[in-house]
Design a protein around this ligand. Structure first.
Ligand code: RUB
Length: 295
């Protein structure tokens, strides 16, 4: 939790592969590849839900096996990692400019948790001179909403913090919802902070547009192979203080949930505003049919 948000997590994972390559000492290729596998495993085990980490790590480690020496492999990894980080930062900017066009002067927007990409979209609309209001959810139990309202207030945006259970009441005043993504599945579902699917359901009920803001490296080729997205569960200490409830009471603290494709009006990506139904085609182009078959 020192590094949060799927984009930052992916860039940190890619950066870690780059650092491993920079610092590596030794010339034995077999040992290098074995150590690289261990590094990858440690990184991937740290956050199971966000596929951005998986894609960032895989993209950075790509080509190591084909190198003819450790030095060549190190160079490849350093280059890959720098490219991934640069492209990722660029994608956030592009999404901001595409998403901002969906926000009109006078709109009231809702966001959930703390997504740098969704905040980027909202901040860009504000910078363009649009008069907007934002409702941001507290996002229990970790309260990432506090970070969000600080980010939005710094931009000078008219911001209101609400508790998560106020979403349905407030939805009447909202024109559009913008949230981030940890993972987008091959059938266009969104995995994001717990509570996102409730907000999407309420947005649908109130005929409010619901957008997911997601770089395409948050698209999961693993789901195409039938893999389920593992929903991370965190410490119960995030929910209750010691001694507050009897030991016999169980606490369930899932951190992410799944919003089905039919609740999503659009996915704002760096390659454009797309429908959940077109995720497969983007994956095919991005990851390649051959590579996808392996998964
Ligand atoms: C953060 C969260 C964010 C996505 C997208 O959860 O759910 O909405 O990760 O973030 P946590 P971004 O705080 O548990 O990591 O748009 O910054 O990539």
């Amino acid at each position: 939790m020192k590094i949060r948000g799927a984009g930052r997590i992916a860039r940190a994972g890619a950066g870690a592969i780059g650092s491993f390559a920079k610092d590596y000492q030794g010339n034995d290729m077999a040992a290098f590849l074995k150590d690289l596998e261990e590094v990858k495993k440690t990184l991937l085990d740290s956050r199971p839900t966000a596929v951005s980490l998986w894609n960032g790590v895989q993209a950075s480690a790509k080509g190591a096996k084909e190198a003819s020496s450790v030095d060549e492999a190190r160079e490849i990894l350093i280059r890959n990692s720098e490219r991934f980080i640069a492209e990722s930062n660029e994608a956030v900017k592009t999404i901001a400019s595409i998403g901002a066009k969906r926000i009109e002067d006078g709109d009231t927007v809702m966001t959930h948790c703390n997504s740098s990409v969704a905040i980027g979209v909202i901040a860009e609309a504000h910078r363009q001179g649009k008069d907007i209001k934002v409702y941001a959810t507290e996002s229990r139990p970790w309260r990432q909403g506090i970070l969000t309202v600080n980010d939005l207030a710094k931009e000078g945006i008219d911001t209101t913090l609400i508790i998560d259970s106020a979403v349905r009441l407030v939805m009447k005043k909202v024109d559009k919802v913008f949230v981030g993504a940890d993972t987008i599945t091959s059938h266009g579902s969104l995995i994001n902070k717990i509570g996102t699917s409730q907000i999407a359901l309420m947005a649908k009920e109130a005929r409010v547009q619901f957008y997911a803001c997601s770089e395409t490296y948050k698209f999961s080729p693993l789901t195409l192979g039938g893999d389920m997205v593992k929903i991370e569960e965190r410490e119960i200490s995030e929910v209750v203080r010691p001694g507050e409830i009897p030991d016999s009471v169980k606490v369930f603290n899932p951190v992410f949930d799944v919003t089905p494709a039919e609740y999503i009006d659009g996915i704002v990506t760096e390659i454009g505003l797309i429908s959940p139904g077109s995720v497969y085609h983007v994956m095919e182009r991005k990851f390649g049919t051959e590579m996808m078959k392996e998964w």
